[in-house]
Write a protein that binds this ligand. Structure first.
Ligand code: F0G
Length: 461
């Protein structure tokens, strides 16, 4: 089974695999989803989209997608499969493995807007997906194709969210799942999800990049479908976040979409969607897609600034935003292409900036996990640089739910997130954002006193 291939479905819309580097087109792929000629990543493309039939049909898509919102069919209730005209076709749509993913809210962030210095700031909260992260939007598609191709096992290396998502979708479709994670570097909330959904969970004494290397060997020896974002079906599903976002803006196109960068699959997916919508004439311009990385895991930033986006030098990644603690991002070439095609940029956020921005998003009543908060931290810099203008409409993609990493949040508010680290002194500036718990005698008087004290203090925003 070492050279297991996945054949493409024959039903319309016809899709194929294309290498992002050498451009070779294939109808099937090997176990590692890489080009057998040059080893680079593959993407799914749709040759029929330039046909006359597509030109006739495309203008009707928006109404069709709206109409499906009232349907009780599982694939119409899914905020991913609702947009299936822009996805690869399953042999039987009703066999899609779905948890009714997508359908995530768009919130305004008034306090964060004031802090960042823009008039209109929104959060597309992908953490409101069934397992609490944007991964579900890609996983429903990749898991459905794995099932269609008869795989019994699916697998991923992960910083936590991919594994939680994959384990859930595998459990829903009676496939078994193998999770390979870096020991001690995955939040226990994410780890607990993988266990509850029944994954074979292997913690390795290495980082995410090491886990990925090991898994790439495993897929050569065991018939397992790789569900990391090198799997191009993942990218297709994650595209729908952008399609849904534009729908929520009623056809208006925001000026900027700001997304956290880890393995760089998500920015690639959102950018692909926007460029495809443009190609199909469903929008007339795209927002600028910008990527924000943690300073300690800033390979894309360094690639763009030091090598013009032509070369990426892997690094030993280090950040408390463990979801994006990745030193050798697989989809960096796809990400560079998206930055260039949409006119976006790349920035970085320090550990302190991430922690502060996370508290600010929390104080707006929204909340997110640390990796998502890099978006606000990055936006502040992009406004200062005047890359983002005061009147621009800006959307932050919040990728994970606040409850994904409670330990980070509790440590932050206790004031010991940076204890014993090189950031300890700088962290004093975060005190304004910290909310101490108070332990009281069990009397109404004591609680009323606490209320009186709270009245006297001013909230940070
Ligand atoms: N935000 C969160 C919450 C994530 O979990 C991830 C990636 C990212 C941002 C970065 O997205 O990799 O597409 O650039 N998490 C992966 C995982 C790597 O294994 O859960 P990306």
């Amino acid at each position: 089974m070492t050279n297991r291939t996945i054949s493409i479905p024959t039903a319309a819309p016809v899709s194929s695999f294309r290498c992002i580097a050498c451009g070779v087109i294939r109808d099937n792929v090997s176990h590692d989803f890489r080009c057998t000629d040059c080893g680079d990543l593959l993407e799914i493309f749709y040759p029929a989209w330039h046909s006359e039939q597509m030109a006739t049909n495309a203008p009707g898509f928006k109404a069709l997608w709206q109409q499906r919102k009232t349907s009780r069919r599982a694939i119409d209730e899914s905020g991913v499969w609702r947009f299936r005209e822009l996805l690869p076709a399953l042999r039987d749509w009703d066999q899609a493995v779905t948890l009714r993913e997508g359908n995530t809210p768009l919130y305004n962030l008034p306090a964060c807007a004031r802090i960042a210095g823009v008039k209109q700031l929104y959060a597309k909260h992908q953490g409101m997906n069934p397992t609490g992260s944007f991964k579900d939007t890609g996983m429903t598609v990749a898991a459905s194709f794995a099932l269609q191709e008869g795989f019994r096992w699916v697998a991923c290396a992960s910083t936590g969210n991919t594994s939680a998502s994959m384990a859930a979708y595998a459990a829903r479709s009676a496939m078994r799942s193998l999770v390979v994670i870096p020991e001690g570097k995955v939040s226990w909330a994410k780890l607990s999800q993988a266990l509850d959904y029944g994954a074979l969970t292997c913690e390795l004494r290495t980082d995410f990049d090491g886990c990925m290397r090991v898994l790439n060997e495993v897929v050569k020896q065991w018939p397992v479908c790789l569900l990391n974002s090198v799997n191009p079906y993942r990218i297709e599903g994650q595209k729908t976040g952008a399609i849904e976002l534009l729908e929520q803006f009623d056809g208006q196109v925001p000026d900027h979409i700001i997304v956290p960068g880890g393995n760089l699959g998500n920015c690639s997916a959102l950018g692909k969607a926007l460029l495809e919508l443009l190609d199909l004439g469903l929008i007339t311009r795209t927002p600028k897609v910008s990527v924000i990385q943690a300073e300690g895991a800033n390979t894309l930033l360094r690639s763009v600034r030091e090598h013009g986006g032509k070369k990426l030098i892997p690094m030993q990644a280090q950040t408390a935003a463990t979801a994006i603690r990745i030193g050798s991002p697989a989809s960096w070439k796809k990400a560079v292409r998206v930055l260039q095609a949409t006119g976006g940029t790349v920035e970085q956020a320090s550990e302190i900036e991430i922690a502060q921005s996370k508290a600010e998003i929390g104080a707006d009543g929204i909340g997110c996990e640390p990796a998502s908060a890099v978006t606000l931290a990055g936006l502040k810099k992009l406004v200062k640089q005047e890359f983002v203008k005061q009147d621009d409409i800006v959307v932050l993609i919040l990728t994970g739910h606040l409850l994904k990493d409670p330990e980070f949040t509790l440590k932050f508010h206790r004031g010991d997130l940076f204890k014993g680290t090189e950031y300890e002194q700088q962290a004093a500036a975060l005190r304004l954002h910290q909310r101490a718990r108070v332990t009281l005698e069990p009397t109404a008087d004591a609680v009323v006193k606490a209320l009186e004290q709270a009245e006297k203090s001013t909230p940070p925003n």
